[in-house]
Design a protein around this ligand. Structure first.
Ligand code: GLP
Length: 243
């Protein structure tokens, strides 16, 4: 696992956009895995700017990590809505090539199976962008999620519900379940870039990088991935030993 420590959030966003840009240049039909939450917002802003300067997404395909269970795509807190607003409507990606789990499929098991099939049919994810939860979750794989898990309907930890309440009017509006790629789905991606900023992520980052590889801290599994880069700012790196 490689770690790039940069000064601040702006530098994370630019470095992450650099990785995406290089991957897209090398493979215009890139299969790109995307994340939501606050962390990748700056990277999306940067990608939009670069698209305005000529970066071409016309042949790319995207797969998002997760979606809240029970939220339709027009719900303002859904990840469908987020992706549309923060990226898709600003770039030249073909909407038919953007995949996000359908949070209102009445048969979530079928949805999960289909999502895995769609990823396989697309040839697998070339580059996956990840954030990290304060409890070490990746996607919506909460502590205890099995390393062998594929896309599934998962329960959210109370800590995650609380952390994500800021995107909803009231705490009790936050869904308690989500459809999320599993740890195994994430580990199958050819390349992974995890982004983290801020002092509130310092514990999760240091445990993910230096702690034992354990299902209790989902991001620790990334220590076993052959091509994974953490791009973090100084605040998120505060609990790492200085080298
Ligand atoms: C959310 C998402 C994750 C995200 C994480 C961190 O619950 N499901 O994919 O990486 O929590 O969010 P943030 O970037 O807002 O801190």
């Amino acid at each position: 696992m490689r770690v790039k420590i940069v000064k601040d959030y702006k530098a994370i966003s630019e470095a992450a956009a650099d990785v995406v840009e290089a991957a897209l240049k090398g493979k215009p039909d890139l299969v790109l895995g995307l994340a939501t939450g606050s962390t990748p917002l700056g990277m999306y802003e940067e990608l939009i700017k670069r698209h305005q300067g000529g970066m071409d997404f016309s042949k790319a395909t995207t797969f998002n990590l997760d979606e809240y269970f029970g939220l339709s795509s027009d719900h303002q807190a859904s990840y469908h809505y987020y992706m549309e607003e923060q990226l898709f409507r600003h770039i030249n990606i073909d909407p038919a090539n953007t995949y996000i789990p359908n949070g209102i499929n009445p048969d979530p098991m079928e949805e999960c199976k289909n999502y895995e099939t769609q990823m396989k049919t697309a040839g697998g994810i070339d580059l996956q962008i990840l954030g990290i939860g304060t409890n070490g979750h990746i996607g919506f794989n909460e502590p205890g999620a099995p390393f062998g898990g594929t896309t599934s309907l998962v329960d959210l930890a109370q800590e995650t519900v609380n952390a994500n309440a800021r995107f909803f009017q009231k705490l009790d509006e936050v869904p308690r379940q989500a459809i999320s790629m599993g740890i195994k789905s994430i580990m199958n991606c050819a390349e992974i870039v995890l982004l983290a900023n801020g002092a509130h992520k310092a514990d999760a980052v240091s445990q993910a990088l230096l702690g034992p590889v354990t299902e209790k801290l989902p991001a620790s599994v990334l220590q076993l991935h052959p091509n994974c880069l953490f791009i973090i700012d100084e605040a998120a790196a505060a609990k790492l030993p200085i080298t």
